[in-house]
Design a protein around this ligand. Sequence first.
Ligand SMILES: CC(C)(COP(=O)(O)OP(=O)(O)OC[C@H]1O[C@@H](n2cnc3c(N)ncnc32)[C@H](O)[C@@H]1OP(=O)(O)O)[C@@H](O)C(=O)NCCC(=O)NCCS
Length: 154
Amino acid sequence: MAGLGSEEKVPWEIRTLKRADIREVMEIEADAFPKSAFSKEILLKYARRLGEGFAVLVAAGAVQGYILYEPDGHIYSMAVRFSQRRRGYGRALFVHASDNVKGILWLEVRSKNLGAIEFYRKMGMRVVGKVAGYYEGDDALIMLLDQKGPDQFL
Ligand SMILES: CC(C)(COP(=O)(O)OP(=O)(O)OC[C@H]1O[C@@H](n2cnc3c(N)ncnc32)[C@H](O)[C@@H]1OP(=O)(O)O)[C@@H](O)C(=O)NCCC(=O)NCCS
């Protein structure tokens, strides 16, 4: 999958993670989730297990975001480099996953992560449940993709 960024029209592509991308994914992960970033070992385990379900968005010669998802539709995590947010890269990664899964997209998200919740709502997801105390110091909201899907926003 490929396209042009919304602001400066930077060309981007989404492809399966390569081992050499791990360092950049770790940087993005550590910045996005300072208290709970996945270690290199965990990221490599996901890469082995998920294959195409570990996708990165590359623009301007660098990894700018990633998404981890199961073929059945469970999204484990996604993040976009802080300086590159609000350019449509999160949406592109989400649409990529949505195009590639067989089942319904769903995920857990921290109930205090209001920015991500709003992003997922914009992608067409809705909150269908809550798991109290799922995270240390926070509840999880369970969100799933409504029938309309993200394409209505493209
Ligand atoms: C959530 C995240 C992946 C979104 O990535 P992004 O590239 O900035 O998202 P997009 O530019 O594609 O946003 C698409 C739309 O979603 C909405 N949106 C995105 N981020 C938002 C925010 N922080 N607050 C409110 N709405 C938001 C906007 O409507 C946006 O469109 P607009 O910019 O034209 O208004 C990114 O903010 C991120 O990495 N957050 C930290 C990690 C995280 O919380 N991941 C989710 C864990 S489950």
